[in-house]
Design a protein around this ligand. Structure first.
Ligand SMILES: CC(C)(COP(=O)(O)OP(=O)(O)OC[C@H]1O[C@@H](n2cnc3c(N)ncnc32)[C@H](O)[C@@H]1OP(=O)(O)O)[C@@H](O)C(=O)NCCC(=O)NCCS
Length: 174
């Protein structure tokens, strides 16, 4: 990690149409399809979008991450959590630490905003390095395979004693 030294991580400029299309193009390139780019386009302007960051290298957008509001439905009521999805790095700049920088920066902002729980469905080899663990999600019911479903506490003990089903914003179609 560390080749991308002059990398700049910042809040996405939603009003800049050129930036929006650059983000869309990189998400499509990273995932090889438009589902995730469509999801971002739907969530970005919605009340559920919390943090949308871009990674910029020499003035070009090479990475993007979105965090949205989600919930855990428990017998005692709904608990707020945050969904990390999706994160994408332009294929020719992967494995340089850009994805890690986006995730770490996003988690830091969420912590500062008082968020306590973050949930991700994704590669079991990638997310544990940031603190996401399947173990932390074992009492959370979700439609994802348990080995790919992970949670982390931004505040110690935030998931203690919490059992319930996860609820995503409608744009996820889950
Ligand atoms: C997943 C992704 C965001 C990671 O970003 P990145 O900048 O490449 O990742 P980093 O440099 O921070 O971390 C590198 C690690 O990511 C994982 N990784 C990155 N690219 C990978 C690939 N093509 N296949 C498998 N693992 C990969 C590896 O575990 C790698 O660790 P290693 O270098 O120790 O092998 C990026 O590869 C991507 O956009 N992938 C396609 C879209 C996607 O799958 N997004 C995640 C959906 S949950």
């Amino acid at each position: 990690v560390g080749w991308a030294e002059n990398l700049n991580i910042r809040i996405e400029n939603r009003d800049n149409l050129g930036e929006r299309s650059a983000v869309r193009a990189l998400i499509k390139a990273a995932f090889g399809g438009s589902d995730e780019a469509d999801l971002v386009d739907q969530l970005r302007g919605s009340e559920h979008s919390l943090v949308s960051l871009v990674a910029e290298l020499d003035g070009r957008v090479v990475g993007h991450i979105l965090f949205s509001r989600m919930w855990i439905e428990t017998p005692a009521g709904r608990i707020s959590a945050v969904a990390l999805a999706p994160v994408a790095v332009r294929p020719d700049r992967q494995r340089e630490g850009i994805g890690s920088r986006l995730i770490e920066h996003g988690l830091e902002l969420l912590r500062e905003h008082g968020e306590r729980i973050v949930i991700v469905a994704g590669h079991p080899n990638y997310y544990p390095r940031f603190g996401f663990l399947t173990e932390k999600a074992k009492f959370l019911h979700s439609p994802f395979p348990s080995e790919a479903f992970m949670a982390m506490e931004l505040s110690a003990g935030a998931l203690e004693g919490i059992r319930g089903s996860v609820v995503y914003p409608p744009a996820f179609g889950i």
